[in-house]
Design a protein around this ligand. Structure first.
Ligand code: HEC
Length: 176
C-alpha cells in the first residue's frame, strides 16, 4: 500500500511538473506582451477593435465560423499561406493581445481570415463573402437581390473588416 501511494504520487508529479513548467514559462515569456511600435516612436500595434467589431466578434463565435476558418498565417517555410495571399507576414503572438477571446480557429476548411480586412473588397464584398454558401442568408432581410443586412450582419461585417495583420511589429517587420 505504501508503495502504491508513492507510485501514484510519482505519476502525479511526473504529469503535473512538466505541465506547470509549460504554463508558467509561457506566462513568463508572453504574459506581459502588449501593443508595441515596430520602431522607436512609431505607432502602437495592434490597435483596439472598434466597438461594432467587438459585437461582431461575438456573432462570429455564436455562428461557429471558427469551425471552418483559422486566423493564423504560417511562416513562409511552413506552408504556402503567404504565397496564397492569406497574409503579408507570419502571425506573431503580439497580434492577438487585444483580442478576447482569441479565435485561432478549429479547422481550416475556408481561407484563413487573420488578414481578411486587408484584402476584402469593400463592404459589399464582405457581405457577399458572409453569404458565401447560402448558409448565413438568415442574417439578411428582404428579397433576393435586394437583401438588407440585419444588425448581426452589420456587426459581423465590421468585425471581418477589422481583421488585419498588415502592420509591422517588433517580431514581424514588413519587408520595405
Ligand atoms: C462549413 C465551413 C464554413 C463555415 C462554417 C464558414 N465558412 Fe466561410 N468559407 C468557407 C469556404 C470553403 C470558403 C471559400 C469558398 C468560397 O469563397 O465560397 C469561405 C470563404 C469565406 C470568406 C471569404 C474569404 C476570402 O479570402 O475571400 C469569408 C469572409 C468567410 N468565409 C466568412 C465566414 C464567416 C463570417 C462565417 C461564420 C458566419 C463563415 N465564413 C463560416 C467555409 C466555411
Amino acid at each position: 500500500m505504501k508503495n502504491l501511494n508513492s507510485l501514484l504520487a510519482g505519476i502525479f508529479l511526473a504529469v503535473a511538473f512538466p505541465f506547470g513548467v509549460l504554463v508558467i514559462s509561457s506566462q513568463v515569456q508572453l504574459g506581459s506582451l502588449g501593443p508595441a511600435p515596430a520602431e522607436e516612436g512609431g505607432p502602437l500595434f495592434p490597435s483596439r477593435e472598434p466597438g461594432l467589431a467587438i459585437q461582431g466578434r461575438a456573432v462570429y463565435v455564436s455562428l461557429g465560423c471558427v469551425s471552418c476558418h483559422t486566423q493564423q498565417v504560417r511562416p513562409a517555410g511552413q506552408g504556402s499561406d503567404i504565397a496564397r495571399g492569406y497574409g503579408v507576414r507570419p502571425s506573431v503572438a503580439r497580434d492577438y493581445v487585444q483580442q478576447k477571446p482569441v479565435l485561432l480557429g478549429e479547422r481550416r476548411i475556408g481561407p484563413d481570415l487573420a488578414n481578411y480586412g486587408a484584402r476584402a473588397k469593400g463592404l459589399d464584398g464582405v457581405h457577399a463573402a458572409i453569404k458565401h454558401d447560402g448558409q448565413f442568408t438568415f442574417l439578411y432581410a428582404g428579397e433576393k437581390g435586394h437583401e438588407v443586412p440585419t444588425e448581426r450582419a452589420i456587426a459581423l461585417a465590421a468585425y471581418l473588416q477589422s481583421l488585419r495583420q498588415d502592420y509591422s511589429s517588433p517580431e514581424a517587420k514588413l519587408k520595405q
